[in-house]
Design a protein around this ligand. Sequence first.
Ligand code: TYD
Length: 203
Amino acid sequence: MRGRFITFEGIDGSGKTTVVHRIEPELRRRGYTVVLTSEPTRTWLGDAVRESYDDDVGPLAETFLFLADRAAHTERIRDWLRTGAIVVSDRYADSTYAYQGARLEGVVKDPIRWLQRVSAPAILIPDLTILLEIPPRLGLRRIADRKRKVRFEKERFLTKVAKNYEKLARSPRFGRIDASRPANEVARDAIAVMDRRLGLRVR
Ligand code: TYD
């Protein structure tokens, strides 16, 4: 049996990680095997990605590193899905379309389309992508006291990223959630979207 592949997306500070960790126990309670994963991955490829944006190797080199990390991650996701698990990923291909789509403006023509074409052989299309939407200023305020700063956490840049997500979310694969509310409400809505779209009933 093939499992289900669900991805969570949103700008920095949108609360993806918190929400993903609230959804996991609910799915387990319903009798599903759940694999929680994330990108950049916790592998040497993910470490290379993190170094690339810390050092700013430039938008193209950074893009290819994100894609390499994802290509390897996708093979593992494929294996998990084959066991029938529900795979939940905190960020996946849409992060590259949204973030590197903004980074590659003026570097390649029509960056999002370009990224989607290059990515096609190396990705799986998620069954559902939940986009947590929050105004960039509020997202930044939420993560202001984090010790580890990431290069992309700037209001002007995140505003472009949010616009890219908005464009991507026109696809019916997306469910959009207002993430400016408390985590409990956001998690409850995320579960409701999963129920509606994928019918994940108690087994
Ligand atoms: P983040 O989700 O913050 O990872 P962690 O919680 O492990 O620090 O991701 C790190 C940054 O990388 C974040 O600003 C989003 C960015 N990013 C991209 O620019 N492109 C991508 O394809 C991915 C997966 C992340």
